[in-house]
Design a binder for this molecule. Sequence first.
Ligand code: ZN
Ligand code: ZN
Length: 131
Amino acid sequence: MGNLMNCPQCGKLFIKTLRDNCDVCYREEEKQYDDVYKFIRRSENRNATLLDVSEGTKVPESKIIQFIHQGRIRVKGFPNFSYPCDGCQKPINDGRLCEECKNRIKSDLSIEDFIKKKAEEALPSYHTDDN
Ligand SMILES: [Zn+2]
Ligand SMILES: [Zn+2]
């Protein structure tokens, strides 16, 4: 049994099953994944940057990073390919976090909590002194 919900990408109502987006967006995403996968597999693209891949495939950078975060795309062997660490925005090219951020995560803190905490810290502070 699925629940009726709005697709986060296009806003269309759909029945939520295992996926978080509707069929149209799902198929679009699979096509994008395919394009990125094929692009980085070609040996002449070994030195591609994130921007090169995005321009070569017409897939937005954020989407490519999403595929990497999901573990569907690996760019470890690409010397020029980097994207921001989810914790500190430092360029990395494997996983979601740089070594430093990984080390800073305590065992009681999940990656999600850590990223949320970092995002809150990064917000401008509106705190003012009362006196
Ligand atoms: Zn959709
Ligand atoms: Zn980091």
